[in-house]
Write a protein that binds this ligand. Structure first.
Ligand code: LLP
Length: 412
């Protein structure tokens, strides 16, 4: 299902018009389709049915409690990377036995919190981290389940900022080192070695890198499974790419499944997946209102009330988001869509054929459900936008717009 479609010339999310939502909640505004979230989840579960994976939704993609709760109701767990994400997940009533904790820089405080909540496992990314987790577990007299993150050194052909599985990246350990650290960790008090994990990058558009990485992990997996009775998980991370540009192809869950299922079936371990973007990316749009249209000698600038503080991806990764007019028009103009922030890097679309809009028209920046709201900031003292989730013809506000008071609340 397409979450966003035109009905009577107006862009709708499911059965609700974006114009009506913008009118009610103001702009800029994040809008999500809950039906789309559920359908993406179901499609992945169906494609991977042969191994019945535990889907641990990657909270960083969109950490709104209502989004986490939607997946929890479908049976999902979560992948977290901080104490804050653990707090959010627990508030959304995620079962701790379905929570996996990744990240290269876990603090003692994070680790102790997660141990006390009895999460499923920590993904361990270094020798020092294994030692620290053991130390915390001993102090609290609690067991610590750990899965080691392998950096398989494969090129997933992503933007360099979101590549995580190449040897020059800070993530995980190479296979030989992982084997050594496992041997060391096996002797540590309170540590149970329960699995291996990999996450090779984000917005990956072909299935081969996943298969290649998995192939590299297989021998060590077998070796560890034979050596440790506690070893039962293979966590293949996230990274499935979605469609941003109309002429580009997403990585279909079925194509992904075809590439990874043979190896996974062969291993016979419990499979864990950590999708983020795949589940939420296309389910969301950022709606903004045109403030000014300004022509200089070189080009046109469409100046909107949303900027890089609301949606950082274009500025940070030069990423492409489709821009649709909320009131349908086929007229196009070559322009930049920019925000009000005092930086030339503040753009949502650059040098593109954009809808030929006028002052006060509404635009929808598409595929903003992942790493949109969750990466937003209050830069230039701009309160963060509200978030609305639509299910059929019902719209629920799932995060209020921040106020100016919120901006200064914690200042002395
Ligand atoms: N698991 C781990 C350990 C991760 O680090 C990530 C994402 C995921 C799962 C989920 O990956 P996904 O399925 O969403 O690709 N801000 C960037 C993306 C950063 C991804 C960071 N790690 C962007 O906007 O493109």
């Amino acid at each position: 299902m397409q979450a966003f479609t035109y009905l009577h010339g107006l862009l709708h999310v499911e059965r609700v018009s974006l114009e009506a939502l913008a009118h009610e909640y103001g702009t800029p505004l994040y809008i999500y389709s809950q039906t789309h979230l559920r359908q993406r989840y179901d499609a992945l579960v169906t494609a991977m049915a042969d191994v019945s994976p535990l889907i641990c939704y990657s909270v960083k993609a969109n950490s709104n409690r209502a989004v986490i709760d939607t997946f929890r109701q479908q049976g999902a767990g979560v992948d977290i990377v901080s104490g804050g994400e653990l707090f959010r997940a627990l508030r959304a009533r995620v079962d701790p036995s379905k929570i996996v904790f990744a990240g290269v820089g876990k603090t003692r405080e994070d680790i102790e919190y997660a141990l006390k909540e009895r999460i499923l496992f920590f993904t361990v990314e270094s020798e020092q981290e294994a030692l620290r987790i053991s130390d915390c577990a001993e102090e609290l007299n609690l067991p610590a389940r750990v899965a080691f993150r392998v950096n398989p050194d494969v090129d997933a052909k992503t933007h360099k900022y979101v590549s995580t599985g190449k040897k020059e990246n800070k993530f995980g350990m190479d296979i030989e080192r992982t084997a050594k650290v496992c041997e060391m960790a096996a002797g540590l008090p309170h540590i149970d070695i329960v699995g291996l994990q990999m996450h090779i990058g984000s917005q990956i558009l072909t299935a081969e890198p996943f298969a290649e990485a998995l192939q590299k992990l297989q021998p060590l997996c077998r070796q560890l499974a034979a050596a440790h009775s506690s070893f039962k998980y293979i966590d293949i991370g996230g990274g499935i790419g979605i469609q941003y540009e109309p002429e580009h192809q997403a990585l279909a869950p079925t194509a992904f499944a075809d590439a990874v299922l043979p190896a996974l079936k062969d291993l016979g371990l419990q499979v864990i997946m950590e999708p983020g973007r795949y589940l939420v990316g296309n389910a969301g749009a950022l709606v903004c209102r045109v403030q000014y249209v300004k022509d200089n000698a070189f080009k046109r600038f469409i100046i909107a009330d949303a900027g890089m503080n609301d949606l950082l991806r274009p500025a940070l990764y030069q990423s492409y988001h489709e821009v649709l007019p909320v009131r349908r028009t086929e007229e196009r103009v070559f322009a930049d869509l920019v925000g009000p922030i005092c930086e030339s890097g503040d753009f949502l679309a650059q040098e593109r054929e954009l809808p030929d809009v006028e002052q006060d028209d509404l635009l929808a920046v598409m595929s903003a459900g992942a790493y949109g709201a969750s990466m937003s900031s209050t830069y230039n003292s701009r309160p963060r936008p509200p978030e609305v989730m639509v299910d059929g013809d019902k719209a629920n506000i799932i995060r209020e717009r921040e106020s100016w008071d919120d901006l200064v609340r914690n200042e002395a």
